[in-house]
Design a protein around this ligand. Structure first.
Ligand code: GLN
Length: 302
């Protein structure tokens, strides 16, 4: 596995300059495109990594998998009254579908869906921002995980589309809390800074039937872990989910910070980071790296 990761790092190098760094969040615009990191954590506790795998970056929408897991813990299937489970086929921050579908977002991984999930979390937890951070932090050993307050502030100042989505949801009665409170929590979740190695570690519960390795009580039930994984496969990379599934063959969740986490149930988790994005907002070299991983190892869910 180590040799394969090193080969992948060499092979994707020419792609690092092809992607476009997310600039609509000003604080992310200056991240150098040269970065590349990749980490694999196996269910047996082995860790393989290359490049900038220990460098923390903005996890952005990867956080949506954490908040969905929390919402499932807190609310179970009730959640599906307010958000769908179908791929959107539209951009992650699109407004058009929401009007057609009466304020019920297609899935929990597009921004509109994640805002509803955040609203659910806020309704259940008195100190939601603190609790979400503690939840994510509890999934990784080592240095405490934290919010990048500069990134959160930068997105709060420039996040007009998300504000529009939140108010639109509110107009349909599908946000129960104050829109500013939901947006504030959402921007903070997106600003969490983690490394590839930490992300791969944090997602292990999804390849272990909902169990965090070494813990007695499962985080979520095995069928709920299946649900999160299935949604990652069908919706985790937005309007590229079909192409991502075709090329990579693993459920994945991306973020505009350039990170992608993918899971191989029963075997391993993998996280990759390269800030240059493709037009759908997924890491360009990162997607290629994951495609190479499943091609070279011959391991995918198919
Ligand atoms: N915070 C970002 C936004 O809401 C997250 C988007 C993403 O990572 N795809 O636009």
């Amino acid at each position: 596995m180590q040799r394969i990761l090193e080969e992948i790092q060499d092979e994707v190098r020419p792609l690092l300059h092809r992607g476009k760094v997310a600039s609509y969040i000003p604080q992310l615009a200056d991240v150098p495109r040269e970065h590349f990191g990749m980490a694999v954590h196996t269910v047996g506790g082995e860790v393989f990594q290359v490049g900038d795998a220990d460098h923390r970056f903005s996890i952005q929408s990867i956080s949506k998998a954490f908040t969905l897991t929390l919402a499932m813990q807190l609310e179970g299937d009730e959640l599906w009254r307010r958000v769908g489970r179908e791929p959107s086929g539209t951009a992650f921050n699109s407004l058009v579908q929401l009007e057609h579908e009466n304020g019920i977002p297609r899935n929990p991984f597009i921004n509109a869906g994640a805002l509803v999930v955040t609203d659910v979390v806020l309704s259940h937890l008195a100190e939601a921002k603190k609790t979400v951070l503690e939840f994510v932090d509890s999934l990784v050993a080592g240095e405490p995980v934290s919010y990048d307050l500069e990134v959160a502030r930068s997105e709060a100042e420039s996040g007009h589309r998300n504000r529009a989505l939140a108010h639109f949801l509110k107009s349909f009665g599908n946000l129960h809390n104050d829109t500013d409170a939901v947006l504030d929590a959402y921007f903070h979740h997106c600003s969490i800074a983690m490394s590839c190695s930490e992300l791969a570690e944090a997602f292990l519960f999804l390849v272990c039937g909902g169990h965090v390795p070494g813990r007695d009580q499962p985080l979520i039930r095995a069928n709920q872990a299946k649900y999160v994984g299935s949604l990652m496969l069908t919706c985790g990379t937005y309007d590229s989910a079909g192409d991502f599934a075709y090329r990579v063959g693993l459920p994945g969740k991306s973020g505009v910070g350039g990170g992608i986490v993918a899971i191989m149930p029963g075997h391993f988790t993998v996280a990759v980071w390269s800030p240059g994005l493709d037009p759908s907002g997924n890491s360009l070299a990162g997607t290629k790296a994951l495609e190479l991983l499943t091609t070279k190892t011959g391991i995918s869910i198919f």
